[in-house]
Ligand binder design. Structure first.
Ligand code: 5GP
Length: 191
């Protein structure tokens, strides 16, 4: 997605050799118009998959997931990283090691919101080593639902994530694919 690549070049900040900070339009402040365009792009790519629901992980996945779900006319559900007082015991959960925070989070979603045989499109902000993706796939499979695809806003193609996702047999679509962040310079994969 050209507009996203331009935004990343304009506003992205490279932290060390492999972390990209995009707080100004995705991870804290949200560029609402750009997010809506992301939703349209994901919905267009996955339109033939008969998607019943969009699943993401709080918090940065919620905006692009909601935009996508709105375009597809389906509900959006997000996995929580911590049990809240209202969550209860009726939940699916999986463990995910967080790349940026260097901690293991439990992903939790109520059994009421993922149903057997539903086609679930998973959306996330970044793909690095594929751990969050694996966690979402585990939740979908626990529900007896079908992981119908994964939409990623920014893929770090120099990490293992794409291979991990493709090894699970999941259709992956990324809006921007970063080849390298070496020397603080952002380079995209040429499609
Ligand atoms: P993975 O689970 O694929 O290793 O990492 C994906 C998760 O880690 C995403 O949900 C995202 O929150 C976070 N993440 C990974 N790399 C980056 C990065 O370069 N920048 C930011 N802002 N988040 C990242």
């Amino acid at each position: 997605m050209k507009e996203l690549e331009e935004k990343i070049l304009e506003e992205g900040i490279v932290l060390g050799p492999n972390i990209l900070k995009v707080d100004s339009f995705l991870n804290q402040q949200i560029d609402s118009k750009l997010i809506l365009k992301m939703g349209k792009a994901f919905a267009e790519y996955f339109k033939d998959k008969k998607i019943d629901k969009v699943l993401t992980v709080e918090s940065s996945g919620i905006a692009p997931a909601l935009a996508t779900a709105t375009e597809l006319g389906v509900k959006c559900v997000f996995a929580r990283k911590q049990q809240s007082l209202t969550t209860g015991d009726n939940v699916y959960h999986s463990s995910v090691y967080s790349f940026t925070k260097e901690v293991t989070n439990e992903l939790i979603v109520s059994k009421n919101f993922l149903n057997e045989d539903e086609n679930v499109l998973m959306i996330d902000d970044f793909l690095a080593n594929g751990q969050a993706a694996k966690g979402m796939v585990a939740l979908v499979r626990q529900a007896g639902a079908n992981p119908a695809g994964l939409g990623i806003v920014i893929e770090k193609s120099f990490s293992d994530g794409r291979r991990v996702v493709e090894d699970m047999g999941i259709d992956l679509y990324s809006l921007a694919r970063i080849k390298s962040l070496d020397d603080g310079k952002i380079e995209f994969v040429e499609e």
